[in-house]
Design a protein around this ligand. Structure first.
Ligand code: G3H
Ligand code: 13P
Ligand code: ZN
Length: 311
C-alpha cells in the first residue's frame, strides 16, 4: 500500500468515535515496533517526524524506513511532519514525500500564524498534501519550539472559526491542558483537561478534526523499570488514559505520542544493560526496547485510541 493522507482516516475516526495514534519515529527499531503492532491490530497509523528526528536520522533514511514498513504491513500509513517551524521545512517535507505536515505558528501572533499557515496550506494542497495548524500554546520542550509553563495558554474558542476559514487547514491542534514531555503535572497536582474548551471548539467547528499534542500518559510501569535499573525519572506524570479515551470518542481524531515511546524503549535498554553489564551487542538491548515499543503501541491502539480493526 502507498502512503496516504489523513483525510479519509480522520473522516472515519470522527464518525466512528475513535482517534488515530500519531507516533514519533527516530530510528528503525521504533518504526518496526510501532508498525508491527498496528499491522497485527489492523489499525490505521500516522508516523510523524520532527525537525530533531530529521537532524538525527536524516530525512531519506526515515522516509525509506517508513516505505519498508508499508511493504511489511498492509495498513494505511500517513507520513507527517511534526511541529514544522516555518514554510521552508514544510516545503522540504512536502517535496520529500510526506503526505501531511504541521505548521506550528502557535508562538506567533494570531495574524502571523494565519499568514504562515495559509502559505503552507496553499503549497501543500497544490501537491496533494494535508496540513495541521495550531492555535494555543502547550507547555514543554521540543527541539525547535520551547514554551514555558508561564507562556502556555489554552486555545480561545472564539478564534478557531476565523483561523480555519482564513487558512484552509485540514486539522487543528489545540491546547486544553496537555503538554510535551514526561513531567506534565506537578507531584500532588490533579491531572485535568479542559473538556469544556474542547466542547466549545467542537460547536464552532462541527465535523472538523481536532489534534491533541502532548498526550503521553507516562506509564508508571516503565518509569519503575527505569528507576530500578539506574535511571532517574522520579515525579514523571502523564495524562490519565481514561481522559485520552474520552478525547478519542469526541472530535479529537489525532493523538500525539512520543514520550511514552521513549520511556518504553529506554526501559528495555536499561533493563538489559543494568542486569548484564557485559552485554555489548546492540541487537541484544535494542530488541527489548523494540518489543516494549510494540506492546505499548498495541495497548494504546486497543485501550486508548480505539483504532483497532479500522484500517
Ligand atoms: O512534540 C515533540 C516531539 O516529542 C518531538 O520531540 O523535537 O525532541 O524530536 P523532538
Ligand atoms: P508527548 O511528549 O506527550 O509524547 O507529546 C508528543 C507530541 O505532542 C509530539 O508532537
Ligand atoms: Zn507536539
Amino acid at each position: 500500500m502507498a502512503l496516504v493522507t489523513t483525510t479519509e482516516m480522520f473522516k472515519k475516526a470522527y464518525e466512528g468515535g475513535y482517534a488515530i495514534g500519531a507516533f514519533n519515529v527516530n530510528n528503525m527499531e521504533i518504526v518496526q515496533g510501532i508498525t508491527e503492532a498496528a499491522g497485527e491490530l489492523n489499525s490505521p497509523l500516522i508516523l510523524q517526524v520532527s525537525a530533531g528526528a530529521r537532524k538525527y536520522a536524516n530525512h531519506t533514511y526515515l522516509v525509506k524506513l517508513v516505505e519498508a514498513a508499508l511493504i511489511e504491513n498492509d495498513i494505511p500509513i500517513a507520513l507527517h511532519l511534526d511541529h514544522g517551524a516555518d514554510f521552508e521545512i514544510c516545503k522540504s517535507c512536502i517535496d520529500g514525500g510526506f503526505t501531511s505536515v504541521m505548521i506550528d505558528g502557535s508562538h506567533h501572533s494570531f495574524e502571523d500564524n494565519i499568514a504562515v499557515t495559509k502559505k503552507v496550506v496553499e503549497y501543500a494542497h497544490s501537491k496533494g498534501v494535508v496540513v495541521e495548524g495550531e492555535l494555543g500554546k502547550l507547555a514543554g520542550v521540543e527541539d525547535d519550539v520551547k514554551v514555558s509553563d508561564a507562556d502556555a495558554a489554552y486555545t480561545h474558542p472564539d478564534e478557531v472559526e476565523e483561523f480555519v476559514s482564513r487558512t484552509g487547514v485540514d486539522s487543528l491542534a489545540i491546547a486544553i491542558g496537555t503538554s510535551h514531555g514526561a513531567f506534565k503535572f506537578k507531584p500532588g497536582q490533579k491531572p485535568m483537561l479542559r473538556f469544556d474548551i474542547l466542547e466549545e471548539i467542537t460547536k464552532r467547528l462541527p465535523n472538523f478534526p481536532i489534534v491533541l499534542h502532548g498526550a503521553s500518559s507516562v506509564s508508571q510501569e516503565y518509569v519503575k523499570i527505569i528507576q530500578e535499573n539506574g535511571g532517574n525519572l522520579a515525579d514523571a506524570i502523564g495524562i490519565p488514559e481514561d481522559m485520552l479515551r474520552q478525547a478519542a470518542r469526541s472530535a479529537v481524531c489525532k493523538i500525539n505520542i512520543d514520550s511514552d515511546l521513549r520511556l518504553a524503549m529506554t526501559a528495555g535498554v536499561r533493563e538489559v544493560l543494568w542486569n548484564n553489564p557485559a552485554a555489548f551487542d546492540p541487537r541484544e538491548y535494542l530488541k527489548v526496547g523494540r518489543a516494549n515499543v510494540k506492546s505499548l503501541v498495541a495497548h494504546k491502539i486497543t485501550n486508548v485510541l480505539g483504532s483497532d480493526n479500522k484500517a
